[in-house]
Design a protein around this ligand. Structure first.
Ligand code: PAF
Length: 291
């Protein structure tokens, strides 16, 4: 018998199981993922374990958050291996719905963020500018997962820092009764941020990829030491191209909550960056201490 986490595929089964737990007075945590689980995902399961009695992990490769020409078709799908990994964690149940279960015929609703009185739209800057429509897909599917499961708490990794900010925003705006937790960004031994897409990198690219983390560390040091923010961003972009990345989508010192670019360093600042290598976009971000 294989040692794999039990799984369900329908909203009805999910609601029945959650209702049984609720009748026993237990709290529920949700860890939404797209599968191809690595130690970053497993750390989210561990992190939520002290905040909920029962843990549901979802795996759903959400087509609506992939743009035209992106890697939806080749995105790694390895559910059996994922279930075996999850069996070694405190997770209690895998929810892995089909595309038809999530988007049945006739589906036509979307969750879209817009600008507010004080700030431009959070989903149109940085990742949103590079991947138009991406965050509508994320906001819609995460809303659905939260409403299907109705957990007490849900956790999302800080590697996708902007995604976490978007989720916090619409959960607050739509009064979805769930606590959103951020999970610490997990790195490989050489500093590369853990990601399901790292498997696309060959040995040489993998060495280059690790330099993203070093370049960002240097930027953080430089701006903490008083360097002009725009000059530090430009130096980091140049260093990434010099290191062998094929393009730099952005390197931005931003406010840690609104993600708007900063003119001068303030408390809670963060650097967010995306550099391209071997046809993939590598995301990273790092906290900056105010001077
Ligand atoms: O971060 C991810 O894996 C996905 O964007 C999420 C949050 C599961 C939504 O599909």
């Amino acid at each position: 018998m294989s040692n794999a986490l039990p799984h369900i595929r329908s909203i009805t089964e999910l609601r029945e199981q959650v209702a049984l737990w609720r009748n026993e007075g237990l709290t529920v945590g949700l860890v939404p993922t797209m599968g191809a689980l690595h130690h970053g995902h497993l750390s989210l399961v561990e992190a939520i374990a002290s905040h909920a009695d029962k843990i549901v992990v979802s795996i759903f490769v959400n087509p609506t958050q992939f743009g035209v020409g992106e890697d939806l078709d080749k995105y790694p799908r390895q559910e059996q291996a994922d279930r075996e990994k999850l069996a070694t964690t405190p997770a209690d149940l895998l929810y892995a719905p089909s595309v038809d279960e999530m988007y049945p015929d006739g589906f036509c609703s979307n969750v879209t963020l817009s600008a507010n009185a004080n700030e431009p739209c959070l989903t149109e800057i940085l990742e949103g500018a590079e991947r138009p429509g991406h965050f509508d897909g994320v906001a819609t599917v995460v809303s659905k997962l939260l409403l299907q499961c109705l957990p007490d708490v849900a956790i999302f990794g800080e590697k996708d820092y902007q995604q976490l900010a978007v989720i916090r925003q619409f959960v607050q705006d739509l009064n979805i009764p769930v606590k959103i937790m951020g999970g610490t960004l997990i790195r490989e031994a050489d500093g590369l941020a853990a990601s399901s897409r790292n498997i696309y990198l060959n040995t040489q690219d993998r060495k280059t990829a690790a330099k993203l983390n070093r370049v960002l560390k240097n930027l953080v040091q430089a701006v903490e030491g008083g360097q002009n923010l725009r000059a530090a961003e430009a130096a980091a972009s140049a260093a990434l191209l010099e290191a062998g990345f094929t393009a730099v989508d952005y390197v931005c010192v931003a406010d840690g909550t609104t993600l708007q670019p900063l003119e001068k360093l303030t408390a809670g600042a963060r650097v967010l960056a995306v550099a391209r290598l071997a046809g993939i976009r590598l995301l990273d971000n790092m906290a900056i201490g105010a001077r």
